[in-house]
Write a protein that binds this ligand. Structure first.
Ligand code: PLP
Length: 400
């Protein structure tokens, strides 16, 4: 009989996956389910990127590459950090992995000893806590609700720091709330870190290029150069260039950390696919207009969703600064009764009601460490979104 490693004991099955599987099962049986769960853009990878991958294959770039990525890719990442973020990283301060997920995994495996703590503001991308736990660390979850724009405050950060704190992990714009930290939002947090020289900062900038309105993206190593020597700036091509399946993420950071991350990588993936590396280099070096076009499309959908949700009794949806998610407060529907007589007690009850009775799959806040909220991913067609919102409105109106 299979005996699972105790290392996995603290790791549950993600509620996002459970809901996705249930919704997919209902769909297979013919129910007209709309799934607003996916964390990936619904458009295709731009052609010039695919062409670069095909050209790389034809040119025989089908062999092992150096750990941490080809010179071509690292040069492209280096130029990207300079161009977009004003950051100077040497080639030995840059690495690439099989998705930003591997970057996070390598960094935590390379730096955490058992019991070391990582401060993670909630709501947070669910993988954070599990990766930290697999690496032997302890996620210290700090609830940051809509009253602070889903952003960590200096006071909460200060209170969460202990002698075991190794990292603060920030994500802007964020999954699931779409909350962004401007340079001014970052500053008080970085001030706290300046007073705690043993605490490092991981900045997950995955949604850098998906921002709206007047929000100006900033990244901590640029905002506070004195911290650069203990910041890992994480990014990737998945969301910006619609390349989730290519599995390519990258990071810039202090060379000792990067070298230790490569040790972890050397015994797991060795490196991302050589073809994906060529494609990612083309994405970073090539025309960037596609980013603005996609941003405008996402913004129209964001506005559609936010407006519709705020028109529903008991739902309050703050306006996200970026990414392609809304994270709405559903406290106002709790305590109400469904037409079948069930009382909605939690955000998970509300989401189960939406799926079971109105065939819309969304994810409860509890999956992201904070309640009562629910996340909608609006990276789907406007027609589908319209239909889903009509159903959610009907579901909310039917509550008594
Ligand atoms: N960071 C955040 C906040 C994400 O939402 C995701 C994907 O959902 C990732 C990182 C990982 O991206 P990838 O591994 O595709 O590069």
């Amino acid at each position: 009989q299979f005996r699972r490693a105790s290392r996995l004991d603290p790791i549950g099955v993600s509620e996002i996956l459970t809901i996705g599987a249930k919704a997919a099962g209902m769909k297979r049986q013919g129910a007209p389910v709309i799934i607003l769960g996916a964390g990936e853009p619904d458009f295709d990878t731009p052609d010039h990127i695919k062409e670069a991958a095909a050209a790389a294959m034809r040119a025989g770039e089908t062999k092992y590459t150096p750990l941490g990525g080809t010179l071509e890719l690292r040069l492209a990442v280096q130029a990207k950090f300079k161009r977009d973020n004003g950051l100077d990283y040497g080639l030995d301060e840059i690495t690439a992995g099989t998705g930003a997920k591997e970057i996070l995994f390598d960094a935590f495996m390379a730096s955490l000893d058992p019991g070391d703590e990582v401060i993670v503001p909630a709501p947070y991308w669910t993988s954070y806590s599990d990766i930290i736990r697999i690496a032997g660390g302890e996620p210290v979850l700090v609830p940051c609700g809509s009253n602070t724009g889903f952003r960590l405050t200096a006071e909460k950060l200060q209170a969460a720091i202990t002698p075991r704190t190794r990292w603060l992990l920030l994500n802007s714009p964020s999954n699931p709330a779409g909350a962004g930290y401007s340079a001014a939002d970052y500053r008080p947090l970085l001030e706290v870190l300046l007073r705690h020289p043993d605490v490092w900062l991981m900045a997950d900038d995955m949604y850098e290029h998906i921002t709206y309105g007047g929000f100006e993206f900033a990244t901590p190593a640029q905002v506070e150069p004195r911290l650069k020597e203990r910041v890992l700036t994480v990014n990737g091509v998945s969301k910006a260039y619609a390349m989730t399946g290519w599995r390519l993420g990258y990071a810039g950071g202090p060379k000792d950390l990067i070298a230790a991350m490569k040790v972890v990588q050397s015994q797991s993936t060795s490196h991302p696919s050589s073809i994906s590396q060529a494609a990612a280099a083309a994405a970073l070096n090539g025309p960037q207009e596609v980013l603005a076009e996609r941003r405008a499309g996402f913004q129209a959908r964001r506005d559609l969703v936010v407006e519709a949700l705020n028109g529903m009794d008991g739902i309050e949806c703050p306006v996200p600064e970026g990414a392609f998610y809304t994270f709405a407060d559903c406290a106002g529907v709790l305590g109400k009764r469904t037409p079948k007589g069930a009382v909605l007690e939690t955000d998970a009850d509300f989401c189960a009601y939406l799926l079971d009775c109105h065939h819309v799959a969304v994810v409860p806040g509890r999956a992201f460490g904070i309640s009562p909220y629910f996340r909608i991913s609006y990276a789907t067609s406007e027609t589908e979104l319209q239909e889903a919102l009509t159903r959610i409105a009907a579901a909310v109106a039917a509550l008594a």
